[in-house]
Design a protein around this ligand. Structure first.
Ligand SMILES: Cc1cc2nc3c(=O)[nH]c(=O)nc-3n(C[C@H](O)[C@H](O)[C@H](O)COP(=O)(O)O)c2cc1C
Length: 226
């Protein structure tokens, strides 16, 4: 699938808002007439990607991308990611199974350069497979938690799980939210310029809908009102 709007310059949407397409997701689903694919993940964009490493009680490392991810608090710092649905072999996804066994995880920032590696870790693999080794991704030890970090990722947040919430779910699958408190932070010196994280050096990958992603476009500053 190619990127939608490829020929249209960014921002070249019609000035006048058109009629609304309206539907109820519970009764109409996410692909009502007029839409070619499930539309939901295109409705809140761009989203950050939580590239989450976890470890099972038996020591199998799992690494998987989650775009139902975000920071949720600053003091103390907390983040969340949402394993939705089931593992291909049935039961919970490995990340969820792991945090139930070892309630710790690491957020690894996915950069543009790491996009292929990140995508490879979304493959369905048996629970006992070490996904970092299989995908050829070098691991670095964490300081306060057992799951390792992605060595090539410029930002890692070591997290301790504080809560696992059950979300409204279909009969067959379970949707959940895993909330973690950030207990150790790693920032690559190379992305700090004049005491600030430099977005150009960081080049974080953003998740759009369908199979589309975005690199950073123009970056500008907007001060808050007094
Ligand atoms: C960019 C991207 C974002 C994803 N976001 C989510 C997500 O938020 N929740 C989810 O359950 N799966 C998400 N997936 C799919 C999981 O990464 C995939 O199911 C993976 O195998 C996780 O399962 P595991 O924890 O069993 O390894 C995403 C995949 C990609 C490529």
């Amino acid at each position: 699938m190619s990127c939608r709007g490829g020929a249209m310059p960014v921002g070249a949407v019609p000035a006048q808002k058109g009629d609304d397409m309206e539907f109820d997701p519970a009764s109409d689903g996410m692909k009502p007439p007029g839409l070619a694919h499930n539309v939901y993940s295109s409705l809140v964009t761009p989203r950050p990607i939580g590239w989450i490493s976890t470890i099972s009680a038996a020591g199998a490392v799992n690494l998987a991308p989650y775009s139902f991810f975000n920071m949720v608090a600053g003091d103390p710092p907390a983040v969340m990611f949402c394993p939705n649905g089931s593992h291909a072999d049935g039961g919970p996804k490995d990340s969820l199974r792991n945090v139930r066994e070892v309630p710790e995880f690491v957020f690894n920032l996915c950069t543009y350069d790491l996009r292929e590696a990140m995508n490879a870790t979304s493959a369905n693999l048996p629970s006992e497979v070490d996904e970092m080794t299989t995908a050829g991704i070098a691991a670095a030890p964490s300081v306060k938690v057992r799951p390792p970090r992605v060595a090539a990722s410029p930002i890692n947040l070591e997290c301790q799980v504080v809560q696992i919430l059950d979300l409204p779910s279909p009969a067959t699958d379970k949707n959940t939210m895993v909330i973690g408190q950030v207990v150790q932070i790693h920032i690559d010196d190379g992305v700090i310029v004049d005491g600030m994280v430099d977005w150009r050096r960081l080049r974080p990958l953003a998740r759009l809908g369908y199979f589309d992603y975005a690199d950073l476009g123009e970056v500008f500053t907007l001060l808050r009102p007094a």
